[in-house]
Design a protein around this ligand. Sequence first.
Ligand SMILES: [Zn+2]
Length: 51
Amino acid sequence: MTEERSTGAPDCAVCRELTIAESEAEGVGDHSRAVDCRVLRRRHARGHEGG
Ligand SMILES: [Zn+2]
């Protein structure tokens, strides 16, 4: 079992902020904003992989 959420570096402030923003958006039922955060985080996290 792998969690998509664990993508990214735990020490990275950007990853952390986007993860928090995503869960906050989900918490208030703002799914479009949550999706936005997820897309941004995925795109950003590519930089950690050196790709
Ligand atoms: Zn990051």
